[in-house]
Design a protein around this ligand. Structure first.
Ligand code: ADP
Ligand code: MG
Length: 690
């Protein structure tokens, strides 16, 4: 299982753990349950944390942190019994400048041992607010002589930390000299990384925190580096080994098309256009991620790229996550393209029967230039005559697998993935590590930033007054209710209730519409249409309006229970207003219960920059939550932490990229262990290497 090592039957690493002293049937089974079969598995089974028994200054200790303090007993121990067996012993401890209460549970005998003015060392959980420690272990006298800094392993069944440590010690001794380091020496030297053998020893038996950090640094780099090698190898393979299409677009036509737009492109739009067209022209297959904040003008970029493909005689496809969005895109692209004779068609689940058959037939005959739709587009029945370019909008809503299916559609079409949720760099290079990235980091001129306010829920009355004021000036309002899962009945009910309340409140003055994921798609379309034509002035909705919807006359958004949303999602929602020339507002209704929640609301009011928010979101919620529940596709690292070790991640990526591009990597012997590692990982098959 230790894939970092060359397969070698004689290596002690490949020996079974049963060859170690003290590993009988029972222990062997416990180890198997933990995924440990060979000695190699055993020594690579790294601790998930370290316990720190060094004496800590309480001023620096965090709430609920496990601390070790030294002090003098400052009060007579007070013992209290609960029932027969349970007891609590409390004593005051003078630790430096702090007088803290220490409680021992179910150790009544300590009452006799602890005397006034005794010095003791206590380890336990620190309650910062109550200035109290719940003791786990204690020792009379000062300083613990036991290990001060000790690894803690994830365990299963009856296995103990102590037993495991002893076995690891034995395993490491047996493997001395046999641990091969596949990390290239030059990189190890460049970053002063421990070799693998020393690193393993230190991870298991650190002499100090500093020592452990050095070893950890090596494994963080190793994990990221191997991961990025995979990504970069995949990327190289996709670009060079797979025969993509070369789209010879007609430059004059494209230029004329751009000149016909009602506005000049921003510099950022021009830059990404060049990147995209270079990819399209080359015989490599484009595999590019286009990032840009809400309203930065990605749709125009998509339209120009599609137009380019058409001038070269190809068809294009635009794929979006919801039917509403598909319809909107179809409408706006039709407006743009029908005057110049480009055919745009819409394929959603509501296109059925004869209509559908006819559409598919036209598509296969090449009579449709651009097809727009939801995931229905990647179903088997849809055949293009000559598909050259596929664009997906709001791409992170499509899973990793859908991404792959999409790439495999047609004759290796170029693929451009667009996302309006700026993805923090560290996630972009892991989750989308096999892709090239273009970023639109500039807004079209003349946009008024949205003013965002955070209000407590008891301020709803005042907000309704403000809403009325905006409505009086002829503008419209979105009211968003949380919906975490489309199927969540409770949340739908929430939207229905809010809708009813607002209908009563604004009765006879303004019309209130309701939109949620459980509506039939025809009804959704109807509601959306009424809102965009200002027949409805207020739209109560769940997050289905999150993506792409464009009603420039809407100038106010009120978001209920805003603390339930991620920052990126709030930003995405907020992007539905501020699309016209009026000053727009976003009001977050929230009573967050903790500091993090408050900080999240506050930062929303402070910045309109989606990239800043996404980094903050990642920092506050962690990578698992960033993409929402199901579809994160995040790799799991054993030692490394994508958020905190992001610098190492970037360095590892650049190194992996450079190495993969160097011809000697593919030929020289010294890279053999690394290549074998990649073959073992299934990244480089023998056939792919040839
Ligand atoms: P995104 O898809 O990135 O959220 P859109 O493409 O929908 O943004 O663009 C938002 C709005 O800005 C649209 O109304 C679009 O016509 C307009 N727009 C796009 N590019 C420019 C530009 N360079 N100058 C002015 N307006 C632009
Ligand atoms: Mg868009």
């Amino acid at each position: 299982m230790d894939s970092h090592l060359i397969k070698n039957d004689h290596s002690p690493l490949n020996q079974s753990v049963t060859s170690l002293n003290g590993v009988g049937e029972e222990t062997a089974q416990q180890l198997v349950d933990m995924g440990i079969v060979t000695i190699g598995d055993l020594i690579n089974y790294l601790p998930y944390r370290y316990d720190d028994f060094r004496v800590k200054d309480l001023t620096e200790a965090a709430h609920e942190e496990r601390v070790t303090v030294e002090g003098r007993v400052h009060s007579e121990p007070a013992l209290q019994f609960f029932g027969k067996r349970k007891s609590r012993l409390s004593v005051r401890l003078l630790a430096g400048p702090h007088s803290v209460k220490v409680t021992f549970f179910n150790q009544p005998y300590l009452k006799k041992k602890l005397n006034l003015n005794d010095s003791i060392t206590v380890t336990g959980k620190w309650d910062r607010h109550r200035q109290m420690i719940t003791a786990q272990t204690y020792k009379l006298g000062s300083k613990q002589d036991a290990e001060e800094f000790t690894p803690v392993y994830p365990l299963r069944g009856a296995m103990t930390n102590r037993t495991l440590k002893k076995l690891i010690q034995q395993g490491l001794d047996r493997c001395t000299g046999a641990i091969i380091d596949s990390l290239p020496v030059e990189l190890r030297e460049q970053y002063r990384l421990m070799n693998r053998q020393d690193g393993l020893y230190t991870m298991h038996f650190p002499k100090s925190l500093e020592d452990m950090k050095q070893a950890r640094r090596r494994f963080v780099y190793e994990e990221f580096f191997y991961f990025q090698l995979k990504m970069q190898a995949l990327r190289k393979f996709e670009r060079e080994q797979s025969h993509g299409v070369s789209i010879q677009y007609v430059e004059e036509d494209v230029t004329a098309f751009i000149d016909s737009l009602p506005f000049p492109l921003t510099n950022a739009q021009q830059r990404v256009m060049n990147e995209i067209f270079l990819d399209m022209k080359s015989p490599h297959r484009m595999n590019r991620l286009l990032q840009g904040d809400v309203g930065s003008g990605k749709t125009v970029v998509a339209a120009i790229a599609l137009f380019g493909a058409i001038t070269a005689g190809f068809q294009g496809a635009l794929m979006v996550p919801t039917e509403i969005l598909a319809e909107q895109h179809a409408e706006s692209l039709n407006e743009l393209f029908s005057p110049i004779g480009v055919t745009v068609a819409l394929l959603t689940s509501s296109v059925k029967g004869k209509k559908r058959a006819l559409l598919l037939q036209k598509l296969a005959a090449g009579e449709i230039d651009i097809l727009i739709g939801t995931h229905a587009l990647i179903q088997g029945e849809v055949d293009f005559k000559r598909l050259g370019l596929v664009i997906t909008d709001e791409q992170h809503r499509f899973g990793v697998n859908q991404r792959r299916v999409l790439r495999e559609k047609g004759e290796n079409p170029d693929v451009l993935f667009m996302t309006a949720t700026p993805i923090p760099r560290t996630l972009a290079i892991t989750v989308f590590g096999e892709m090239d990235v273009s970023i639109i980091d500039e807004m079209p001129a003349g946009r008024k930033p949205i003013e965002t306010y955070w209000a407590k829920e008891n301020m709803l009355d005042r907000i309704l007054v403000f809403m009325e004021k905006e409505l009086k000036q002829g503008r419209q309002t979105y009211v968003i209710c949380p919906l975490i899962e489309e199927s969540d009945k409770l949340d739908v009910q929430n939207a229905i209730d809010v809708h009813m309340q607002l209908e009563q409140y604004f009765f006879g003055r303004y019309k209130v519409g309701l939109m949620h994921g459980r509506l039939h798609s025809d009804d959704k379309e109807e509601v959306m249409k009424s809102f965009s034509e200002n027949e409805l002035q207020i739209l109560v909705s769940t997050t289905v309006v999150e993506v792409g919807v464009n009603v420039p006359n809407a100038s106010l958004m009120v978001i209920y229970d805003a603390e339930r949303f991620g920052l990126s999602q709030l930003h995405q929602l907020r992007g539905r207003v501020g699309r016209g020339s009026d000053q727009s507002y976003c009001i977050l209704l929230a009573d967050p219960k903790n500091e993090v929640g408050k900080e999240r609301m506050k930062i929303m009011t402070e910045t309109n920059d989606g990239f800043v928010l996404s980094e903050k979101d990642l920092e506050l919620r962690g990578p698992g939550d960033f993409f929402g529940r199901k579809q994160s596709g995040l790799p799991e690292f054993r030692v490394a932490d994508m958020v905190h070790d992001y610098r190492a991640l970037e360095v590892a990526r650049d190194d992996a990229h450079q190495l993969i591009e160097r011809p000697e990597f593919w030929t020289e012997d010294r890279f053999e262990p690394l290549r074998i590692h990649l073959v073992n990982e299934g990244v480089l098959g023998g056939s792919k290497l040839d």
